[in-house]
Design a protein around this ligand. Structure first.
Ligand SMILES: C[S@@+](CC[C@H](N)C(=O)[O-])C[C@H]1O[C@@H](n2cnc3c(N)ncnc32)[C@H](O)[C@@H]1O
Ligand code: SF4
Ligand code: SF4
Length: 355
């Protein structure tokens, strides 16, 4: 269970994000009503949710310039987390046409509070990212991305700032190169620190209202470097947050370090009795248009989709309360997390980890 101090800190971060998008005019009564309706539908266990989710995730491209230990192999193959597929091919890679992103935003712009254009890839790899962010922003849809920070060149920072991105998280897992590359294979922490300093400077020079967060991926082996991230955060006026590092593959790659980590996924503490919130609140669209209940599905091979979005034909509103989606909620209501293999060992307790 999270301690009170951590919970309060996250609450403060969320209040900051909410205030910042209110100030930019990206929140309307209609959007608040839609989000409240999602919340009520889940709380009161209705199979039908609001007209739209309150947040949509988009996997624009699942390619990455890094090969983090927990996420993908050294040659860049994305791990398929479905145990039935163990030892088989990695997750298929592909790019979403920007037209699909735009069409979904156009349909949902008056209702969603946030668009999150990344799931399991590096958003700065997607060549049309800036156009996508600006498209959403011009329609008063707030946006958030998470990046490893390596590609935050001055040129890309300028494009991000010009696109009116609202919130950027920079995930790091150490402050010295030796510690950092244990997870972040293929990235250079000194370059990322430099990039962060440039981002702070360009934000201030241009008077941009972007919120920046250093997302420190916390392990026992990098705990001693956390204070340096905090220090840099203070210096640059970035929020600093801490999230538990995923232990996947650590024991195989670094057995001596893995022994010192505290096990996180103890089956006795899984939130099996918590009704998952995602099917009522969030939609995830994979690069090929496959629509899933949550982010985890994009790295869990062979899952049934809620629908496949077809440009020029599909309607988000119809999919969101269509028969497959209703059935997904019904299974959650009747069988709980045990109703799906992917859900039965899931540790997520809310939707807020995204923001
Ligand atoms: C798969 S990444 C995709 C976005 C981007 N490439 C990044 O790394 O931020 C999505 C999320 O994973 C988180 N993440 C990165 N490395 C992690 C790790 N070793 N353990 C747990 N979460 C991690 C990041 O904070 C990010 O929010
Ligand atoms: S930077 Fe993000 S997407 Fe890339 S390998 Fe690391 S966690 Fe995965
Ligand atoms: S229980 Fe977990 S895996 Fe299943 S829909 Fe909810 S967040 Fe996703």
């Amino acid at each position: 269970m999270k301690n009170k101090k951590t919970k309060n800190k996250y609450l403060l971060i969320r209040i900051k994000i909410a205030l910042s998008i209110v100030m930019k005019g990206k929140v309307s009564l209609k959007k608040i009503f839609n989000a409240a309706h999602c919340w009520i539908a889940q709380k009161f266990r209705f199979v039908k949710s609001s007209k739209f989710p309150f947040l949509i995730n988009f996997e624009l491209w699942n390619e990455c310039n890094a090969q983090c230990t927990f996420c993908r192999s050294e040659d860049g193959g994305i791990y398929d987390l479905n145990p039935d597929n163990l030892g088989q091919a990695s997750i298929e890679k592909g790019r979403m046409p920007i037209k699909m992103f735009k069409e979904i935003i156009e349909q949902s712009k008056d209702h969603i509070l946030l668009a999150v254009p990344y799931v399991n890839g590096e958003p700065l790899m997607y060549p049309d990212l800036y156009e996508a962010l600006k498209f959403a922003s011009d329609r008063k849809v707030a946006t958030l991305i998470s990046t490893n920070g390596e590609l935050l060149t001055e040129q890309n920072i300028k494009k991000l700032l010009d696109s009116s991105l609202d919130f950027i998280k920079i995930a790091i897992s150490g402050f010295s190169q030796d510690v950092f590359t244990i997870q972040h294979r293929g990235c250079d922490i000194e370059k990322i620190k430099e990039n962060m300093k440039n981002l702070a400077r360009m934000r201030d020079e241009g008077g941009h209202k972007i919120l920046v967060m250093i997302d420190y991926i916390y392990y026992e082996y990098n705990a001693h470097e956390y204070s340096e991230a905090l220090e840099l955060g203070r210096e640059l006026d970035f929020i600093v947050s801490r999230r538990p590092g995923n232990l996947h593959k650590l024991a195989e790659e670094h057995p001596e370090l893995a022994k010192k980590e505290k096990p996180q996924d103890d089956v006795t503490s899984l939130p099996v009795k918590d009704l998952c919130e995602w099917p009522w609140k969030v939609m995830t669209v994979n690069w090929d248009g496959s629509i899933y209940p949550c982010c985890d599905y994009v790295v869990w091979g062979d899952q049934k989709t809620d629908a496949v979005f077809q440009i020029g034909k599909s309607k988000i509103e119809e999919i969101w309360n269509g028969s497959t989606k209703i059935n997904n909620r019904r299974v959650h209501l009747t069988d709980g997390r045990a109703g799906y293999d992917i859900c039965s060992e899931c540790t997520r307790t809310g939707t807020a980890f995204k923001f």
